[in-house]
Design a protein around this ligand. Structure first.
Ligand code: ISJ
Length: 370
């Protein structure tokens, strides 16, 4: 039962022991990973196994939670109970001129040809006195299609999120990744009418991923671009699947992160602009998280003509990593919600501001007291 996981997590929060609770998209299984000590394990080269929590800037440390105890339970109530369905508007007018200025500056530099796209973001602080687990239950209730997590390490911090974006998923040497960009408000079931700006912005991400992976993979194929729903938003998505050479996972990961869905293109120029202009540390926002190099045994039945049936086992490593978006950092008596959007030469600063306000609603809706 999920209750056992919530109880154990509550105890860990009280006794300051690291853990993560998570549910993968479109599943009802809630997984809890509990590390026995409060040691901070730092990822060296992504060959480690455990639950990884990596920052946007890999010059800072990626943290690994050891899977000392793994508990599983079912959480299948998707009734949206306690979730605010209205758009919540909070007054952040003090931050608006600063944000519009950096967007205008970015557009200027794009028009001068310094880079093609940059993803800019901001942080919204909101008072919160509610218990983390109560908020997390509402998050699970609200976003069935997202990767919903609550991560805690007493020496690092606490984060929660409901992300729609897979960074990479692997099974042996097979992998799936995606380019997700372009944002519109979700209005009933109406498929959005995407503008040239959004199509272009998302295409930049697809082209970048195909190019970044070309020397790391044996094969790669992309799907048709489609509109996908994420909470009260629409995005454009292209899925890419393929095979990588044995033991290349670490380099695939480093080639992918950060994609222009969260950073920009060309990578170095865009990253430089972000680090010099956002004026705050993104920390784990737009980093990635999830299961890293988990051994899974596949029992198969070899059934050949005139041969004795013999069951054999093959051991495979699987990873399932998500981009840390639609997330917040849980602080004392407040939360910090992180939101951003892709800027291209066709962007309008005012619409980009509105887009981040829309995105902030993913977290605001599940907060109890504001
Ligand atoms: C940066 C964020 O989202 C990313 C940016 C998007 C965009 O620019 O339209 C859409 C999806 C995400 O790849 C965020 O949610 O904070």
């Amino acid at each position: 039962m999920a209750q056992e996981l919530f109880d154990r997590a509550a105890m860990c929060l009280k006794e300051q022991q690291p853990f993560v609770l998570y549910r993968k998209p479109n599943t009802t299984e809630l997984i809890g990973v509990f590390q026995q000590t409060d040691e901070v394990h730092i990822v060296q080269d992504f060959t480690e196994s455990g639950f990884v929590f990596a920052p946007f800037d890999l010059n800072s440390n990626a943290i690994l939670l050891k899977m000392d105890t793994v508990l599983k339970g079912t959480f299948d109530s998707f009734d949206g109970e306690g979730v605010n369905t209205d758009s919540i508007i909070i007054d952040e007018s003090h931050d608006k001129p600063r944000y519009l200025d950096i967007i205008t500056k970015a557009i200027g530099q794009i028009n001068e040809g310094r880079f093609n796209k940059v993803v800019l973001s901001r942080k919204i602080e909101v008072t919160n006195h509610e218990n983390d687990l109560e908020i997390y239950k509402r998050l699970l209730n609200a976003y069935q299609k997202a990767f919903c997590y609550l991560w805690y390490h007493p020496k690092v911090g606490a984060w929660m999120g409901a992300t729609p974006e897979i960074l990479v998923k692997t099974n042996g040497s097979q992998f799936t990744t995606m380019s997700l960009a372009g944002t519109k408000s979700f209005i009933d079931l109406e498929e959005p009418n995407w503008s040239e700006k959004e199509l272009h912005e998302q295409q930049l991400v697809t082209d970048y991923i195909l190019d970044a992976l070309k020397d790391e993979v044996v094969s790669i194929k992309s799907s048709q671009r489609e509109s996908v729903r994420a909470g009260q938003l629409w995005h454009l998505r292209t899925e890419m699947k393929g095979t990588f050479a044995p033991n290349k996972f670490g380099s695939v990961l480093k080639a992918l992160h950060p994609t222009p869905a969260v950073c920009g293109t060309p990578l170095l120029e865009a990253k430089d602009f972000i680090l010099n202009n956002e004026m705050y540390d993104r920390s784990f926002y737009t980093g990635f998280l999830g299961e890293l190099n988990i051994k899974s045994e596949l029992a198969r039945n070899r059934n050949r003509k005139n041969q004795e049936n013999s069951a054999y086992r093959s051991v495979m490593k699987t990873s399932e990593l998500f981009v840390n978006l639609r997330c917040m950092q849980l602080l004392k008596d407040k939360v910090a919600i992180y939101v951003g959007g892709g800027i291209t030469g066709e962007s309008s600063p005012e619409s980009e501001w509105q887009e981040t306000a829309l995105k902030s609603n993913t977290m605001l809706r599940v907060l109890g007291d504001k």
